[in-house]
Structure formats: structure tokens, C-alpha cells
Design a protein around this ligand. Structure first.
Ligand SMILES: Cc1cc2nc3c(=O)[nH]c(=O)nc-3n(C[C@H](O)[C@H](O)[C@H](O)COP(=O)(O)OP(=O)(O)OC[C@H]3O[C@@H](n4cnc5c(N)ncnc54)[C@H](O)[C@@H]3O)c2cc1C
Length: 246
């Protein structure tokens, strides 16, 4: 992350808003691709729902054989190693595809703290090299935009200081689209409605409005929304977004 010359203003290649598994995966991929990366996360630790809700990572029946990225496979192996290396396991459980919690809902039921340890370990080399900065307890304050593109954010860091982070690419990984709402960028949430019919099981209040009925700030050009698009920064022409809600 480079300094721009202005106080408390930095510039990076990729800014990831949200430090859940999606944000961590994006940060890892960007670092491996040679980018300088910053992650901002409001809570005290990364991992999002995986390390906060005691939910197993997935229920995919064939996950051990296919349907996984290389980094997710490393994560799964890391969780197993966490228990195999540091816990006194019965010999029958010490090797192979260990399911630490032995639950039926997932082949990898485990404690949130194990997931957190593995995610931190996966990021550690990049943080040590200086290519990756992870700001936890960081509050998103406002966003600068160029049209429908987010070019940077202002964030209150854990020490109380306010930092402006500009980036070539800003990735929304908050799961709920917090950055899009804050920046006033056209978007929509809920299941897509295809051929005029709500998706099976979709609740009426979540139905996607028809094209053209999307809410957007007056005077902005229409563009089809996406639930969690990656926004790419452009020219420095910008405007401040709204203050953080709640
Ligand atoms: C109760 C429950 C059970 C589930 N069970 C399963 C399951 O068994 N298997 C399965 O595959 N999936 C399950 N899921 C879904 C799975 O947990 C999510 O799909 C997955 O965690 C999403 O990852 P994510 O990184 O996109 O979002 P999250 O894990 O939600 O991470 C988003 C991150 O963004 C941060 N954030 C929020 N607001 C801001 C902001 N303003 N600025 C910066 N950062 C922000 C959050 O603090 C969080 O760290 C479950 C979900 C729930 C709620």
C-alpha cells in the first residue's frame, strides 16, 4: 500500500470491503496475482459467518473429490491439520479425511477458532511481506465514486484515526452489499425473477423489480444491477457517499 502524499491517505491495487471467507479468498487471489491488497473488516477478527456463527463451511456431498478451488482445499486441509497436529486424537481419527466435530451436516464440522487460526495462517505470509494489510475493527464511513464505480473509501481504524483508501479495484465482500448502499450505487437484492415468474419458494417481498424499476439516485444512468459486483476504479473524479447508516 503506497502513501499518496496527503495525510492519512493511501492507495492500493485492491481494496476488499469485508473480511469473511469471500473477502479472504479474494484477498488471497489478488496477493497471489501480484497485487497490493487492503482488507477492511468491522469486527475484531476475520472469517465472517464462518468464524462467528459456528456454521460448518459447506454441505457439498462431493467436496472432497471435486467442486472446490485450490485455496479452499488448502483451508480444509489446514483445519484437519489443526486438530491432527495439536490435539491428542484417537489413532482411528488421526489421519485421512478427519471430520473433527463428527457432525452429519458437513464433512468438516469444526470450531470457529480453528477456522480463524487457519485463515490467519493462510494470510500470514502476505501480511509479513507487506503486500497485504488487514484492518479489523475498521468502520466504513463513506465512499468516493466515479459514476457507478467505487474508487475508494474513508474508514475509521481501530485507533480512532480516519484513513482514506483509494484503490484501482474495490471489491464488495460484505455479503449484504453494505458498500453499494453506502455509495448510492444502483443495485438490487433478492432472487432473480426469470420470465416474469418469481423463483420457486421466493418470498413475494424479495421479488426483484422488473428492469427499469430499480431505485437509483436521480440523474444517474441506468445499468443492470448485480447483487455483489466487483467495482473497478477509474479516474479520480469522485464524490462522497452517504454517511454510514445506523
Ligand atoms: C445461520 C447460517 C447458517 C449457514 N450454514 C451454512 C452451511 O451449513 N453451509 C454453507 O455452505 N453455507 C452456510 N451458510 C451461508 C454461509 O455462511 C455464507 O454463504 C458465507 O459465510 C458467506 O461468506 P461471505 O464471505 O460472502 O460473507 P460473510 O461470512 O457474511 O462475511 C461478510 C463480512 O463482511 C463484513 N462486513 C459487513 N458489513 C461491513 C461493512 N460495512 N464494511 C466492511 N465489512 C463489512 C462482515 O463483518 C463479515 O466479516 C449459512 C449462513 C447462515 C446465516
Amino acid at each position: 500500500m503506497g502513501r499518496t502524499g496527503r495525510t492519512n491517505e493511501v492507495y492500493t491495487d485492491v481494496l476488499v470491503v469485508g473480511g469473511g471467507v469471500g473477502g479472504v479468498a479474494a484477498a488471497l487471489a489478488a496477493c497471489e496475482g501480484g497485487a497490493r491488497v487492503a482488507v477492511i473488516e468491522p469486527y475484531a477478527w476475520i472469517g465472517g459467518q464462518l468464524t462467528s456463527q459456528a456454521v460448518p463451511p459447506d454441505e457439498h456431498r462431493w467436496i472432497e473429490t471435486h467442486g472446490s478451488t485450490a485455496s479452499y482445499r488448502r483451508f480444509r486441509q489446514g483445519v484437519r491439520s489443526y486438530y491432527q497436529d495439536w490435539y491428542a486424537l484417537a489413532p482411528a481419527r488421526a489421519g485421512g479425511l478427519l471430520n473433527p466435530g463428527n457432525g452429519w451436516v458437513s464433512a468438516l464440522c469444526h470450531e470457529p477458532r480453528a477456522a480463524l487460526a487457519v485463515l490467519r495462517a493462510m494470510l500470514a505470509p502476505w501480511r509479513a511481506s507487506g503486500r497485504l494489510v488487514v484492518h479489523t475493527q475498521a468502520t466504513l464511513l463513506s465512499a468516493t465514486t466515479d459514476g457507478d464505480t467505487v474508487t475508494g473509501v474513508a474508514v475509521r481504524l481501530a485507533d480512532g484515526s480516519v484513513q482514506h483508501i483509494g484503490a484501482r479495484q474495490v471489491l464488495e465482500a460484505s455479503e449484504t452489499g453494505e458498500l453499494l448502499a453506502l455509495a448510492g450505487i444502483e443495485h438490487r437484492t433478492g432472487p432473480l425473477r426469470l420470465a416474469g415468474r418469481p423463483a420457486a419458494g421466493a418470498r413475494r417481498r424479495l421479488s426483484t423489480p422488473p428492469p427499469g424499476a430499480l431505485s437509483r439516485p436521480p440523474g444517474r444512468r441506468s445499468r443492470s444491477g448485480a447483487r455483489r459486483p466487483a467495482s473497478t476504479s477509474g479516474s479520480p473524479r469522485s464524490r462522497s457517499g452517504n454517511a454510514r447508516r445506523g
